[in-house]
Design a protein around this ligand. Structure first.
Ligand code: 26V
Length: 820
């Protein structure tokens, strides 16, 4: 066994205990005699936050003193998950604090369960931002995360007779979140509405400036991002909007008192709630206010830091880069232009060259309904000066297009920031590509499709600007913390450096055929399955057999992710178990967890259908326990941390070309689950790493999907010619699963047949069934399965977000690590 040193700060147990008791008393008005577990958790976390806040301030000072180049990660979402347990690992204090709390009569594991997840994101994009912050801090690449301090995070989900119900998520509780610290010295003021004023400056030049109609306050809350055992702490700075009362209504909107009041009320609720849509843009004013508020506060803070450190405004791009997480913070581009032009009086060309070397943009989806456009009239009303600047950017860009493709109006129409029509729209993605120095997709395949299908002309116009950075996940949270038993086993075999150097896992491959290691590895898996089974029994009253295959699909609910393909396969198993005496299968538990956007009716119908099928299947004694279906409510980071270590099979079954990357696929493989997946997103690269024998690939390829759609896809043909498919879909008719309510599930069947099956579920069904049969067969060979599972863990080191961040650093951001 290799032994390695980790940096652990000295820990004064007595002083820490005193600090916890001090917080109990002073912050929460409790004594050890009156305190509940929740009070103990709060006081302990505050005591730890005292340590990290000190390190945060010192790190900030050091980076400012040394004039270090930093990345500013702008994201409307940071799905950070619970911080306390993870921070204990990063601080290297898990064992010590566990001991200190035990001596106070408290069990650390129980205390950690008291923390509510800060659910400040919807799914993949927000979770990626959280993993990236962790990896920036772990590798000490100077960074600030900028986001919003939503009062309510993503809604809490429950089921009422199988239907999704939504409730508000007041994640901070009554006492406030113990890890956050308010930074009043960083507050900003943000304008909204108003008009553009033309004036003559002292030199006699005509100038323009924005006179906002109202102003709101931006309050800065910092959460510490603690570097893994290195003492660097970076801020995740979340802006909270406060509307100062009274409003200057006369200035804001002469005459229309009611409209002015309404706008003022809206402005006061800018950061009330996270928008729960994932991949669907609705174009609401409040959402644009959120985006602008986020950008205005963040850009102002970046400039404040830059100028306070004594740098010239012209040198901004030398010291700062701004990464836009999808198009949600696009308005930062015209905002920076406005400040440079109107407040620093730079020439257009100088201002533009600064912008052009500061911003970079990540694209996370090709789905047309998710590509943001904002109506010109809405922007004109809320941000009149920004619209002028957008027009000027576009005007100059059109000259560039004309120079490249003289007289070609079609290409101009396509590339223009302004989309013509009876309502003119501003295309945010085009603005990002034009306004920044780099654009990246999030997996190799996705980045190719960005170049080939989404932005081919931009690729021709700006060679090299369109790049790839394959996503990754932090191994600290997604292996070391969530799977302590597997982590201990890995430590024993290869030492303890792997959480910061995940590529080292590859040496585990040497043990893939070692019977003893296989046994130990599968014993850990079994224990993790038991932990999940206990959770399900306690919270849902369903008993699970841990000898069964745990087959997991956990992600947002969306048609393109095809939870309904999984469902139709389950129906086919149900049909065969009941009707084909020769059919046999390994016992399987299908586990789902997913939230549907509250306005997405079909997604909610799919949840309902899975829940109804689960009710029937789980209680049908004819199935002899071979088939169980569990839909775990309220999917969130802390649930993923229990489900992922327990998974045998990882469902990654999106229609090829639709899932930009996926990151759950990486977490599951890292924890020894075998993927059943399409050639989509990062599945392609996972297959490259683990090898064809250790993954179950099925389905149409991207180009086959496109060709089938172009030549006229007819799902009914598949239905008519495949008796198993027909029988499975016909189970959705009648009241087999909805006693007394016939055809309650027929909407899904209708979508797949008459509705044209937009995501080609039926086209991929037969191949999916075959892939599932291969899984069933492979699982019967215990040693063979163990080998595959071990090789998955061993061979996915590439998907550490540390590697993703190094790719950004080397190919886009050009940063240097700064050690504390
Ligand atoms: C879009 C919208 C539209 C407006 C309302 C709010 C909202 C919120 C989020 C989104 C973005 C959806 C894009 C997204 O999450 N993409 C996912 O990004 C992951 C990280 O790169 C990637 O792994 C997933 O494949 C991709 O679907």
């Amino acid at each position: 066994m290799m032994q390695t040193q980790t940096k652990v700060p000295t820990f004064d147990k007595a002083a820490f205990q005193a600090s916890v008791e001090q917080h109990l008393l002073v912050t929460y008005a409790q004594t050890p005699a009156t305190a509940t577990s929740r009070h103990w958790y709060l006081a302990m976390s505050r005591a730890l936050a005292d340590i990290s806040t000190g390190n945060l301030i010192e790190t900030e000072q050091q980076l400012s003193d040394q004039s270090c180049r930093s990345v500013n990660y702008l994201s409307l979402e940071f799905l950070i998950g619970r911080l306390t347990g993870n921070n204990l690992i990063s601080l290297g204090l898990y064992e010590q604090v566990s001991g200190a709390m035990a001596a106070l009569g408290q069990n650390l594991t129980d205390l950690l369960e008291e923390e509510r997840d800060p659910a400040l994101g919807n799914g993949g994009l927000g979770r990626l931002a959280a993993c990236f912050m962790d990896s920036l801090a772990a590798q000490e690449f100077p960074a600030v995360g900028y986001g919003l301090h939503y009062e309510y995070g993503l809604f809490r989900q429950s089921f009422d007779h199988g239907r999704q119900m939504e409730a508000p998520d007041a994640w901070r509780g009554q006492e406030g979140y113990p890890w956050e610290v308010l930074r009043p010295e960083l507050n900003q003021k943000v304008g909204l509405y108003g008009h553009v004023e033309v004036y003559t400056d002292d030199a006699g030049a005509e100038r323009r400036r924005w006179v906002p109609g109202m102003q709101v306050d931006g309050n800065a809350w910092d959460l510490p991002i603690i570097g893994y055992q290195n003492n660097s702490v970076y801020p995740l700075r979340l802006w909270e909007c406060r509307a100062p009362a009274p409003f200057d209504l006369a200035l804001f909107n002469d005459g229309d008192y009611i409209a002015a009041q309404q706008a003022a009320i809206q402005a006061g609720s800018v950061t009330k709630v996270l928008y729960p849509n994932d991949n669907h843009e609705q174009g609401k004013t409040l959402r644009l206010m959120q985006q602008y508020f986020h950008c205005a506060c963040s850009v102002a803070d970046i400039l404040r830091r830059h100028l306070a450190a004594g740098h010239a405004i012209e040198d901004l791009a030398k010291l700062e880069t701004i990464q836009l997480n999808d198009t949600h913070p696009t308005i930062a581009i015209p905002e920076l232009m406005r400040i440079l032009l109107d407040e620093h009086f730079m020439s257009w060309d100088d201002a533009w060259s600064v912008c052009n070397s500061v911003f970079a943009y990540t694209n996370h989806t090709l789905l047309p309904e998710a590509l943001e456009t904002w109506s010109e009239s809405l922007i004109a009303n809320l941000l009149p000066r920004h619209l002028e600047i957008i027009f000027e950017i576009n005007h100059r860009f059109m000259d560039l297009v004309e120079a490249k493709w003289p007289g070609n109006d079609e290409v101009k129409r396509k590339l223009s920031v302004i989309q013509e029509g009876n309502q003119r729209m501003v295309r945010m993605a085009n603005l990002c590509v034009i306004g920044g120095y780099a654009v990246n997709g999030v997996a190799a395949l996705h980045s190719e499709l960005v170049k080939r299908d989404l932005f081919p002309e931009f690729d021709a116009l700006y060679p090299g600007k369109l790049q790839n950075v394959t996503n990754g996940v932090t191994p600290r949270r997604w292996l070391k913390f969530c799977n302590p038993a597997l982590s201990a086993l890995i430590d024993e075999k290869i030492g303890t450096d792997w959480p910061a150097k995940l590529e080292q896992l590859s040496s585990l491959a040497d043990f893939a055929d070692d019977a003893e290691f296989q046994h130990a590895f599968m014993a850990v898996k079994k224990a993790n399955k038991q932990r999940l089974a206990d959770w399900v029994a306690d919270n849902m009253g369903i008993t699970l057999n841990t000898d069964a295959i745990f087959d997991v699909q956990i992600k947002r609910l969306h048609e393109y992710k095809r939870q309904h393909l999984n469902l139709v396969h389950i129906l086919s198993l149900y049909h065969r178990l009941l009707n084909d005496p020769k059919f046999d299968m390994q016992p399987r538990v299908f586990i789902f967890a997913a939230k549907a956007a509250p306005g997405y009716a079909l997604a909610k119908d799919i949840i309902f259908a899975i829940n109804k099928v689960a009710d029937k299947v789980n209680n049908d004694s004819r199935l002899a326990g071979k088939l169980k279906v569990v839909f775990i409510p309220d999917y969130r980071v802390s649930l993923a941390e229990i489900i992922i270590p327990a998974a045998d099979v990882s469902e990654q079954i999106s229609t090829a070309g639709k899932e930009a990357s996926g990151t759950g696929n990486m977490k599951l493989a890292l924890n020894g689950a075998l993927t059943v997946g399409t050639m989509d997103g990062a599945n392609v690269e996972i297959r490259e790493e683990v090898g064809d024998d250790n993954i179950f690939i099925f389905g149409l390829l991207v180009d086959e999907v496109m060709e089938l759609v172009q030549t006229g896809y007819q799902p009914t043909r598949y239905y008519e010619s495949d008796s198993l498919l027909k029988a499975s879909l016909d189970l959705l008719l009648g009241d087999t699963f909805t006693p007394g309510e016939p055809d309650a599930l027929a909407g899904i069947r209708h979508n797949l047949l008459e509705g044209g099956d937009p995501y080609l579920v039926l086209a991929d069904f037969a191949d999916y069934v075959t892939a599932q049969e291969r899984i069933d067969h492979a699982y019967r060979d215990k040693a063979g399965w163990a080998r595959k599972a071990i090789l998955n863990t061993a061979l996915v080191g590439k998907f550490s977000s540390d590697r993703s961040i190094r790719d950004y650093v080397e190919n886009i951001w050009q940063l240097k690590a700064v050690k504390r």
